[in-house]
Design a protein around this ligand. Structure first.
Ligand SMILES: C[S@@+](CC[C@H](N)C(=O)[O-])C[C@H]1O[C@@H](n2cnc3c(N)ncnc32)[C@H](O)[C@@H]1O
Length: 321
């Protein structure tokens, strides 16, 4: 087999990371194996969220939002309450995306991963998966304003990964209690995805604003807004409170949005009062997926009639009145 020489630039930290991942001291071999693995697994365009996050959207919802965006004719996707970046993982890489969250620890983390990936990776790789480190970093985050951006990002990543069920309001260290789980191994595996996420974030706008400010700036016909705010009744699971007034303001602003929107919610009477309109449509997941468990009564509300036929051949988009 003939070989060809290829030359390209790669950061020092990234080389170290690949050598460790493929267990070799040979730089070219590490890079060759990384390329082969990407090609073999089709991972070139795959990204993953970094840690568990309350309210993280599963693929069955993500797919429908992507579907709606593609039908909307809009060019810009604004993820108004981006949380774990789950939606970014479902969208294709050529979509212009803006992500926003009021949680400054989260948006600082994404900004550091976008702009200084190798510094970030080399810092998190130095940390063993340990409750002592978890407690120290969780404590440090209480005065996050005094930390450098890099240290704050490392601490938030570590604490969020280690927190049981991603609950950062009262974080408890997540340990492996079953034979087939190993949190320490999972921690190191999750680091492997950071460079890929960094690549995707290169052309993503990251904002740390209250949703009202973002909606004002992006009120245009070519903007699709995905609003996954805290569901009515679950507001206190998060670090930031979301009041009834916030729900009302959101509804008002979405109703006057010039482009298209999709809102994630659970079927609730109070919500219907805010969004019922002749121009609005709803997709109920319990109909679409015939889910037996009523806890899954999730829905998407749109300001346009998305075309949707479920796997049983029924059209299940209904007016939301
Ligand atoms: C349900 S979570 C979003 C989950 C996300 N879609 C995912 O899949 O990971 C809601 C998010 O809204 C953010 N948030 C709360 N109040 C906000 C506000 N006033 N403006 C912007 N973001 C806010 C929270 O920090 C939280 O990350």
């Amino acid at each position: 087999m003939s070989k060809q020489k290829v030359t390209f630039w790669i950061e020092e930290g990234e080389v170290g990371f690949l050598k460790e991942k493929f267990n070799t001291d040979n730089q070219s071999e590490a890079i060759r194996l990384a390329i082969l693995q990407s090609l073999a697994t089709g991972d070139l365009e795959k990204i993953k969220t970094l840690f568990p996050y309350i309210g993280k959207k599963p693929p069955r919802i993500g797919r429908e939002v992507v579907n709606a965006f593609e039908q909307s004719g809009c060019e810009i996707f604004v993820d108004l309450f981006c949380g774990s970046l789950a939606m970014l993982c479902y969208l294709s890489w050529d979509v212009k995306v803006v992500v926003n969250d009021i949680n400054g620890n989260l948006t600082n983390l994404y900004t550091v991963i976008r702009d200084s990936p190798s510094d970030f990776v080399s810092e998190v790789m130095k940390l063993p998966y340990s409750e002592v480190v978890f407690q120290r970093l969780t404590e440090d985050l209480k005065s996050a304003d005094n930390m450098s951006e890099l240290n704050r990002a490392v601490a938030y990543f570590y604490a969020s990964f280690g927190a049981y069920r991603g609950r950062m309001d009262n974080p408890l260290f997540h340990i492996s209690t079953t034979a087939d789980t190993n949190r320490a191994e999972d921690y190191h595996k999750s680091i492997q995805w950071i460079l890929q996420l960094s690549k995707r974030l290169q052309n993503v706008e990251i904002l740390n604003r209250d949703f009202r400010k973002v909606l004002k700036s992006y009120n245009a016909e070519n903007v699709f807004v995905y609003a996954d705010c805290l569901y009515l009744g679950t507001e206190d699971y998060y670090e930031n409170v979301f009041s009834m007034q916030d729900h009302k303001d959101l509804a008002e602003m979405l109703k006057s949005h010039k482009g298209k929107f999709a809102l994630s919610s659970k079927a609730k009477k109070d919500l219907r009062k805010l969004y019922r309109s002749n121009n609005h449509y709803v997709l109920n997941f319990e109909d679409t997926y015939r889910l037996p468990d009523k806890r899954h009564r999730e829905q998407l509300i749109f300001n346009f009639e998305m075309k949707h036929v479920n796997k049983y051949g029924d059209t299940d988009i209904k007016p939301y009145r």
